[in-house]
Design a protein. Structure first.
Length: 252
């Protein structure tokens, strides 16, 4: 079965309510109803219900940028998987490098979040990627494989339909530098191999692996030309309608 092509927008801690809903309006008004890719938006938690109202019936996924791994209860300031589902989320981002780095999410935390999300019927987009120092020390493959293996602990093969991976080299995020398509594709192959060892090669062949890190209309074509790159996770270039619509057109 061909893998799903995914265009995902990570708005991070950007935009007011008005700006994010205007952006959604703009995208919806101008996008052609093509089904060449699956679109998923990851706005601020606060804007999710308003955006949900706008995208109803439009075949666009909506997700949280994070969740807490406990099911429910006294965890002041946290957001539960069931609460994301309750307001219409279909997806959640887990293990973004900004979460791992600034909020000290370790392998165990990421794994617990993946487990909770899947148990709550959310589709998981798991982010992995190496730092510049790790790349320079030639440990990229080891780091990324460790991130995959640890995140997949106690995950059943039945859940693989609900998982996609976003490979985002940290040094390429928001910096304007991106990995060469061949470098990215190489790491994507390593990730698929690791998934093959954990589950099996057939199952691993069906998982969409996205690239992220300074993706823009100018470089998406060459990235998507690589066989193992199945989509993109976009930060900066998803904050305005025009580049995002261009990405939509160019993705395949
Ligand atoms: P960027 O962010 O496109 O601004 O580099 C990507 C991401 O962090 O998901």
């Amino acid at each position: 079965m061909p893998r799903k092509v995914i265009l995902a927008a990570n708005w991070k801690m950007n935009l007011t309510m008005k700006k994010s809903t205007d952006l959604v309006d703009d995208i919806l008004n101008k996008m052609k109803n093509k089904d060449n890719c699956e679109i998923i938006l990851f706005p601020s938690f606060l804007h999710i219900p308003a955006i949900m109202e706008k995208i109803k019936g439009r075949n666009i996924g909506l997700g949280g940028q994070n969740l807490y791994f406990e099911e429910v209860g006294a965890y002041t300031g946290e957001i539960a998987a069931f609460q994301l589902v309750d307001v219409g989320c279909t997806h959640v981002l887990i293990g973004h490098s900004e979460r791992r780095h600034y909020f000290h999410e370790d392998y165990e935390t990421v794994n617990k979040k993946v487990i909770q999300a899947l148990a709550s019927n959310l589709k998981v987009m798991l982010c992995v990627g190496e730092s510049l120092e790790e790349r320079e020390n030639n440990v990229t493959e080891m780091v990324v494989v460790d991130q995959i293996v640890s995140a997949m602990q106690n995950i059943s093969i039945k859940n693989l339909n609900d998982i996609s991976i976003a490979y985002e080299p940290i040094w390429a995020i928001g910096t304007g530098r991106n990995a060469t398509p061949a470098d990215a594709a190489h790491v994507h192959k390593i990730i698929r191999k690791a998934l093959g060892r954990i589950f099996n090669t057939d199952a691993a062949a069906g998982i969409s692996i996205l690239y992220g890190g300074s993706v823009k209309p100018e470089n998406i074509k060459e990235l998507m030309a690589e066989e193992d790159i199945d989509g993109v996770l976009v930060g900066g270039a998803s904050l305005k309608a025009e580049p995002f619509l261009d990405l939509m057109k160019l993705i395949n």
